[in-house]
Design a protein around this ligand. Sequence first.
Ligand code: URA
Length: 220
Amino acid sequence: MKSEELAKLNEEMLKCQKCVLRSTCSQVVPGEGPADAEILFIGEGPGQKEDEQGRPFVGAAGKFLEEMLGHIGMTREDVYIANVVKCRPPGNRDPLPEEAEACWPWLLSQINLIHPKIIITLGRHSLERFLPAQKISLVHGKALRRNHPEIGTYVFYALYHPAAALYNGSMREVLIKDFRRIPKVLAAMNNSNGGDDKKVIQEENQEISSDKKQDSLFKI
Ligand code: URA
């Protein structure tokens, strides 16, 4: 069973010592959610509250994430929430490339087990892991289908990080607007031959093809 395999994976993660972060954090924060989640959110790394509680997105950014999930009729129990690094970087600094690299196999295993319909990256560090050539300011709110060598073909949807947007009025508005489009993107994926959904896909295709940097991507 998928949920048992995930539980086993979490247990393995709890024992991880692959980078220095484990020596300064209080505990590993593997992630949480239903094993059959359609949506996988991937943040950057645990902050203080997450480090204290062993759960992802339980601080101010988490409250904001839950509020936005409410806007689309969902709760955090409906989605899987994970991070690029599972241990809190000291002082909430950005994870170092070698730390993200050390933690990467855990994230790959989570993705391969959950096999979500859509991977939603929160913030630029998460986006960078999957679409290193993309700039968040250009691709936020755009669903990109990409064949990733280590996980296969997925639809990626990049969002600004809720913590960055929390106290930045204009970014907050953009994030909320992008977030509200998630059901539309899922509907377009489920029904790519249909009337209105096809319109969504075509519009987006035009947007993506106008950006030369994204020539290896397909837009939904
Ligand atoms: N920010 C993140 O990126 N992840 C968390 O779990 C909490 C805050």
